[in-house]
Ligand binder design. Sequence first.
Ligand SMILES: [Zn+2]
Length: 479
Amino acid sequence: MKLFNTLSGQKELVETTKGKPLQFFVCGPTVFDYSHIGHARTYIAFDIFVRYMRSKKQKIVYLQNITDVDDKIIDRAKLFNEHPLHYAHKFETFYKKDMESIGCTSVTRYARATDHIKEIIKQIQTLILKGNAYFVEDEGYYFDITSFPDYGKLSRRTALQAEDAVTRIDEQIKKKNKGDFALWKYVSIPKHEHKKKFTIIDGEPAWNTPLGWGRPGWHIEDTAITERWFGPQYDIHGGGGDLKFPHHEAEIAQQESASGKVPFVKIWLHTGSLRINGEKMSKSLKNFLTIRDFLSQYSKNVLRIIIAMYHYRTPVQWSDTLVEQAVQTIDSFLGTYDALSFSESAHIKQTQNIKKQWEEIEKTFKEKFETAMDDDLNTPEAIAALFEYTTMIKTIVWKISKSSSKKSKQTLAKALEILGIDVQKYKIPQIINKLVKQRELYRGNKQFTHADALRNQIDELGYTIEDTPIGPFVRKKVS
Ligand SMILES: [Zn+2]
């Protein structure tokens, strides 16, 4: 499989060693609010990547950090008069629930920043010893970007731009260089609290450490966490495109300076943004859509297919038309699956000619799907292959044998599983079966007006009916 490496600007083969799991880290959320569809865009894309690797029997350890100490959290917790860590952990729970509800279940381990204070301090101490970090009175420790000549090699720049995600503009006058970033932020503690290990001063959490009282900067938590769980070098790092600079650039500077080992990460993956009706999503533009809001109207299948319809590096252009298109796509895929179930339940004699056609359809799809996914996770191409497959299968679905139907169901279910799309599991209710039988009687007596009325009734109850050579095919409509 090839992936586009931001660091080299090229598609590169993912190197795997037999028996050794791939190490994959993705920047997790800063937990101060509900997750929105922009977060879903990044996490669904990486979830599909991990699902695909696992479907190929490639072991992969997926690590994600949780930023549970940060200015945004402190400000919000103060606003609601809450303990900053309790506040963060409440939203961490919401985040995990949201991820589960959209099928992002592939993370192996979540790691909180506040559970890694010891590792953070150790890494900063190394950077001080090596001359990469310096102390500013009353402020804390900063990374000196001039001590790392490779600074800028990932994003090919060393200064901020408008689209960069920043947690805080570390603009202290006493810094050596404008771009230097905070590693450890001092918090001033009253004398009577000095013997404690942890305290909260004016809503700001602070830890008592060998570097003095304070809290970690944003960038250092990731490298302290990955060094603990993966070591100083690992395979793949993913994140939103807005994290390239300064966040990921800072991670490289920290870890490569601390260990002296290059490269820190072999492959860097970055997702494109999500735009709503051509605009950036933001609370002030009132086009802010949380995952919860979306799921109150549509299923997770719809959200996941929308994300997969775009290549992970391309910006998602969200609109109502796109959502409608996604609903239809899901309906078409799941409709084929249901049709296969119906065909499986009948005992159809398959001709040699149909068998040949069926084999060809299966072979073509498997090749196209895998080729697309192996080419830098080209999910739009993979979906095009699925479209072609389901369309072709539908042309012969009432002519194939029980065993062919069963195998096609497995093929389809496997591809949908990689995209994280669930097939509908349901039983046709008694009332629907009764109406279907009644309709068959009307049709037998050529009472078509009555038959049509029943079709409408079935439709209103959320089911569709299609007359096929093997009898009436009834299925539940997708939501
Ligand atoms: Zn990060």
